[in-house]
Design a protein around this ligand. Structure first.
Ligand code: PTJ
Length: 247
């Protein structure tokens, strides 16, 4: 049920509604609701806004993606339920595939999510017929496509679990994640962690990509943005915001 528009927590409540709808439609797993609850708690402590360190991570992520030759966007149930249309925009700007990769994998849910991605206009959707396995993890989430994650150089993996993030790193990939918990293993393992709600981070990343493209920033400019970015220091800044020590 839609909350009243003047409710102070309208956006947060609407995000919950999207997840519940996603659960009913078979996109989201039950565990996804629990994972979202954890994310919400951090979002509350961060002030439900894109903080300064999140903005810096978004700029670095956009630079890394523009410098990549074979970027891929990995999609799970929560991500599909919350930012389906935004994923299409992002994959369009980057001209890259989106690959469905689930923690709680069922073929039915993979197909549903892939169908929805195609419905909103994603041009290259992978994940339904994985033909490779990332070595080092005996779990369905190691499955991937030889046209996508397997040959990618950079993977955007929002709301990811720590094991797979480590596996991608060991496989030589550059990893960008979106995770509201700056203490999570994924947040600490990724090259770039955007500590922000996925509902704000993905549209902001598209905006940043567009503006870097419009400004015509050359490769060396993008490299310089990246070399000035320090993920560990950025995560510390997010933690300081949560502790109330910095804004
Ligand atoms: O659809 P599936 O089967 O692939 O499952 C997806 C979930 C998210 C259930 C699965 O990957 C999972 O269990 O994830 P974790 O290990 O709980 O990690 C999710 C991380 O995302 C946690 O650190 C949360 O704080 C964070 N998170 C949750 N909701 C959001 C979020 N970060 C950003 N935006 C959110 N809306």
């Amino acid at each position: 049920m839609e909350p009243p528009k003047n409710h102070p927590r309208y956006r947060s409540l609407m995000t919950r509604e999207l997840l519940v709808k996603g659960l009913r439609e078979g996109l989201v797993t039950e565990q996804g609701l629990i994972a979202h609850g954890r994310g919400e708690a951090f979002d509350y402590l961060l002030g439900e806004r894109t903080t300064e360190p999140a903005g810096r991570a978004i700029e670095a992520a956009a630079s890394m993606l523009l410098l990549s030759e074979r970027p891929v966007i990995s999609v799970n149930g929560n991500v599909a339920a919350l930012v389906l249309g935004d994923l299409m925009v992002l994959s369009d700007i980057l001209d890259c595939p989106v690959e469905v990769n689930l923690f709680h994998r069922t073929e039915e849910r993979v197909k549903r999510i892939a169908d929805r991605l195609r419905e909103v206009g994603c041009r290259k959707v992978l994940g339904e017929a994985p033909d490779r396995k990332l070595p080092g993890l005996d779990h369905p989430r190691a499955l991937c496509s030889s046209e996508g994650i397997f040959i990618s150089d950079t993977v955007l993996v929002p709301l990811e679990d720590g094991d797979r993030c480590e596996l991608l790193k060991k496989g030589g990939k550059r990893v960008i994640t979106v995770d509201l918990n700056p203490l999570s293993r994924t947040a600490r393992t990724a090259d770039i962690t955007i500590v922000d709600n996925i509902v704000r981070a993905v549209p902001a990343l598209s905006t940043q990509l567009r503006s870097l493209k419009l400004e015509g920033i050359k490769e060396e400019g993008l490299r310089s943005i990246l070399s000035n970015f320090d993920n560990g220091r950025n995560l510390e800044h997010s933690l300081d915001i949560i502790r109330g020590n910095r804004s």
